[in-house]
Design a protein around this ligand. Structure first.
Ligand code: 9MR
Length: 331
């Protein structure tokens, strides 16, 4: 499979996946990623808690491993994520609110600066709004109010003027209350001259409930001059166990899942400014879903034995070579 080189502002649509730095020790995992994907997102390695064991210490070991893979294989990287309320080191919450803005500025300058010129897109602020569109009461919000969002983008831009800077959230694929709130927020940030370049819709979905207005929704952000991306796609389904205690799924759900992936890929591809469609993990065996949603799983397009599911063709249909690449990577 040929891997095209990537530029910045006029990227073609790329299919990507989230990479678990620890799993890179597995040669099959390591080999399969560049065979299938042209873009990767570190799943956890660039989160605050991973990088910052204490205020004075930065630990870049896991993040650097993901960058080594990307650079060895010519893959674009989506950095994830700088200002988020989750996976935030406990010591941040213990700081007086007045010191937190300094910590965030230092964090963003150091992390974005370290990888300057090497990370194409950054999820600068992740999940800053609640489902009703109100600002989420995060430790960063408590410290600086809503201005922390603009500040974070400005600091990231100072540290790497070439990176495309995204705001990212879940439940914003379709038109609706939450995506409307983002639309208003992004317009305000742009009017204030804040360097924001992208809107990321995570795309965590449940089978049988595909987005219905995703193209229109993404296009309105694109029409503001932004890139858009599907940043963490998976489509979970109920998972049972058979008499031999083997996990099993309903065949009809696999077909519905393929149809839902088809719907999402088509809507994303229909927006010329959509630069990425990122699957969250490499397979059902590397997915956050079973640990988080009891009774659900099988959200990916590859199963736990790295075998393509019906949804695989929905995503890779235009690359007939993809299934051959999976086969070739298996022992
Ligand atoms: O996939 C990630 C999982 O390994 C972590 O335990 C979890 C902690 O919240 O975060 C997962 O990734 C999240 C992503 O960074 C932001 N959007 C929601 C994702 C699923 O929780």
């Amino acid at each position: 499979m040929s891997i095209e080189t990537t530029g910045h502002d006029h990227d073609p649509f790329r299919i990507g996946c989230a990479v678990d730095a620890d799993a890179l020790d597995d040669p099959v995992y390591r080999q399969l990623i560049p065979r299938l994907f042209r873009l990767i997102t570190p799943e956890n390695a660039m989160k605050f808690v991973s990088l910052r064991p204490s205020r004075d210490v930065f630990d870049f070991a896991a993040a650097d491993r993901v960058m080594e893979l990307a650079e060895a294989e010519g893959l674009a990287v989506r950095g994830h994520t700088l200002a988020w309320h989750s996976q935030l080191s406990e010591w941040v919450g213990e700081l007086p609110a007045g010191e937190r803005a300094d910590v965030l500025r230092d964090h963003i300058h150091t992390v974005v600066g370290r990888y300057s010129g090497r990370i194409e897109q950054w999820d600068v602020v992740n999940e800053p709004l609640d489902d009703d569109g109100a600002p989420r009461r995060t430790p960063w919000f408590e410290a600086s109010g809503i201005d922390y969002i603009a500040d974070a983008f400005r600091w990231a831009h100072e540290a790497d003027p070439s990176a495309r800077l995204f705001i990212n959230d879940y439940n914003v694929e379709d038109l609706g209350e939450k995506s409307d709130a983002y639309y208003v927020l992004v317009q305000r940030l742009l009017a204030e001259g804040v360097p924001i370049h992208g809107f990321g819709a995570q795309g965590h979905r449940i089978v049988g409930d595909p987005p219905t207005t995703m193209r229109e929704n993404l296009q309105r952000f694109a029409d503001l001059g932004l890139q858009v991306a599907l940043t963490e796609v998976d489509i979970r389904m109920p998972v049972g166990v058979d008499e031999a205690s083997v996990a099993c799924v309903n065949a009809a759900d696999l077909e519905r899942q393929a149809s839902d992936y088809t719907t999402m890929v088509a809507a994303a591809r229909a927006v010329p400014e959509c630069t990425a469609f990122v699957l969250w993990g490499l397979s059902d065996g590397h997915s956050w879903i079973p640990e988080t949603f009891a009774g659900f799983g099988a959200a990916h397009v590859l199963d736990g034995r790295l075998q393509p599911k019906p949804a695989f063709d929905a995503v890779f249909g235009e690359q007939a070579q993809a299934a051959v690449e999976v086969e070739a990577a298996l022992p």
